[in-house]
Design a protein around this ligand. Structure first.
Ligand code: SAM
Length: 291
């Protein structure tokens, strides 16, 4: 059964009396070659466990199960669970769980798999919740080897933008702290059913085992990044003043010049290394003000 064939998808869904649910961002892939390419390129080690978010009717799930040791698939839509039971029948290495990834305790769920070997994430993500899912995965602190996701092309360009580019955002800087993103390929909108309004791209993030830049205080790094991008048209001293009410503008200006930047620089020009150094200067200043 080709789960990417449009007629088959419609037949299977009719068999179980279900429809595409827009509120869950259901746009299923209809191009089997794309599914194979994602499964091939999402991870380097065959002896890996793959966490798949949103298996849909199971097209990517099956290809992942053919290539890797185990697949744990989290699907929010309970209507798809009997469908997955049918389409994934006979695969011993797939565990389907009917849960919302945003509410799942990933550390407990994946602990036995991390004990066995590498764990990677692979997903054709629902558009409505791309950034929260990515942030949850990154901030979980779990040692995933890779996170490979299909997302809107515009978001992919943002994730993979070099510092200083117009596409660069807070998420770009945060992502560069955790790993190295790479855009693998773009998939036109007519490769999905229902056809979405925009094209998609596949991004693979290779997560650092040892982060190259380590701030003195992680929370201050994230505050620095978010404050810098909050008001993009402002210069760095003004953006930081809005985000660090406990410091004066003069103190923040001193931090910026200490790090070798001109005062008229904008936050989006900074690399993750420069954000780390700046956040260390801010952290020192905050500590020195404490009695
Ligand atoms: N993997 C399938 C494919 O590539 O054809 C389906 C991808 S579709 C874009 C997104 C899938 O994520 C849907 O099956 C949807 O029900 C599921 N989903 C949406 N929100 C979710 C959530 N919060 N947790 C788990 N699954 C979710």
């Amino acid at each position: 059964m080709n789960l990417c064939d449009l007629k088959t998808i419609k037949q299977v869904m009719a068999m179980f009396g279900i429809n595409f649910r827009k509120e869950f961002g259901q746009n299923f892939l209809t191009n089997h070659m794309v599914v194979e390419d994602i499964a091939d390129q999402c991870c380097d080690h065959a002896h890996s466990t793959i966490l798949e978010i949103g298996p849909g009717i199971g097209s990517l799930t099956r290809e992942l199960a053919e290539r890797y040791d185990h697949v744990v698939a989290l699907e929010i839509d309970h209507g798809l669970i009997p469908v997955l039971k049918f389409t994934l029948d006979g695969y011993q290495n797939i565990t389907v769980i009917n849960e919302d990834v945003m509410k799942t305790d990933l550390a407990s769920l994946l602990a036995p798999y991390f004990e066995k070997g590498p764990v990677a994430v692979c997903a054709n993500l629902p558009y409505y919740i791309t950034t929260p899912i990515l942030m949850k995965l990154l901030e979980s602190g779990l040692p995933f080897s890779d996170i490979t996701v299909m997302i809107q092309s515009e978001v992919a360009d943002r994730l993979c933008a070099p510092p200083g580019g117009k596409n660069c955002g807070a998420i770009t800087a945060v992502l560069n702290y955790y790993g190295q993103p790479e855009k693998l390929f773009t998939v036109r909108a007519d490769n999905f059913v229902p056809v979405p309004k925009v094209d998609s791209s596949v991004v693979r993030i290779r997560l650092y085992r040892e982060k190259p830049y380590r701030p003195l205080h992680e929370g201050t790094l994230f505050r620095t990044i978010h404050a810098s991008f909050e008001q993009r048209r402002k210069t760095l001293p003004n953006s930081l003043s809005a985000g660090f009410g406990e410091l004066t503008k003069e103190e923040l200006e001193t931090c910026i010049t200490q790090c070798g930047h001109p005062l008229n620089i904008r936050g989006e020009k900074l690399s993750i290394e420069e954000f780390t150094t700046l956040s260390d200067a801010i952290w020192h200043t905050m500590q020195s003000k404490k009695v």
